[in-house]
Design a binder for this molecule. Structure first.
Ligand code: F6R
Length: 242
């Protein structure tokens, strides 16, 4: 694991955007795995500025997102499809036909999950997967559990995840209780992983994920076993890691 401790959120976002831009320069046809949530917003903003300055080209890439709320259509302003359009895709030269996110409205959940994994396989896997980490150690929406779920699957969100995500909704009752998420296996097969972490509230969980036992009770701990993980965080989140 490589760990970059940056002084604050903006510096973390700049470092992360440079990391992603370097990947696209080395392989303009990269398959990027992308995340939503608050943590990568600054990274996406920085990538948009880099694109506007002519420093990065998204025309050849394909993206697959980690997750989507079950029951929300891509037109819903709370959907992760809407988030990605608004925070990144609508501002860069990406071919939207090559941006993939699970379909929250799929009628056959199992078929949707199988098709999502088949799509990733057909793309020959993910070159660089961007991750955040939940306050409970989840990655994607792989919540703490008794075993690691390998494939894309339907998940019931934990109370702590619903509480954490309520900040994006008018009322906590509006937060969906289920989602589709890439499995730990799908994430782990990415050739490179970039995990972003910010804020003091994540300090203990990122330390436990990096230095504690590898256990499905803390899903991000599996990253200790991956051969190419980079963590970029701010001082507030990484100060317990020395
Ligand atoms: C988002 C995702 C989640 C978030 C995590 C952290 O697509 O899969 O695992 O990365 O919940 O969220 P923030 O960044 O809002 O703290």
């Amino acid at each position: 694991m490589r760990i970059f401790k940056e002084k604050d959120y903006d510096a973390m976002s700049r470092r992360a955007a440079s990391f992603i831009a370097a990947q696209l320069m080395l392989n303009p046809r990269s398959v990027l795995g992308l995340a939503t949530g608050g943590t990568p917003v600054g990274t996406y903003k920085t990538l948009i500025s880099m694109y506007q300055d002519g420093d990065v080209d998204f025309s050849g890439i394909t993206t697959v997102n980690l997750d989507e709320y079950r029951g929300l259509s891509g037109n819903d302003v709370q959907s992760y499809r809407h988030f990605m359009d608004e925070q990144l895709f609508d501002h860069i030269n990406i071919d939207k036909a090559r941006t993939f996110i699970p379909d929250g409205m799929a009628t056959d959940a199992e078929a949707e999950c199988a098709a999502y994994d088949a799509r990733i396989d057909a793309l020959s896997g993910i070159d660089l997967q961007l991750l955040g980490i939940g306050g409970n150690g989840h990655i994607g929406f792989n919540e703490p559990a008794d075993s690691f779920a390998a494939a894309t699957h339907r998940v019931t969100l934990t109370r702590s995840t619903i509480d954490a995500n309520a900040r994006f909704f008018e009322d906590i009752a509006d937060v969906p209780t289920e989602a589709y998420t890439m499995g730990i296996g799908s994430i782990f097969r990415a050739r490179k992983i970039l995990l972003l972490v910010s804020g003091d509230s994540k300090a203990q969980i990122i330390r436990d994920a990096c230095t504690g036992p590898v256990t499905p009770a803390l899903p991000a701990s599996i990253l200790q076993l991956h051969g190419d993980v980079t963590i970029i965080g701010d001082e507030a989140s990484l100060h317990l890691l020395g």
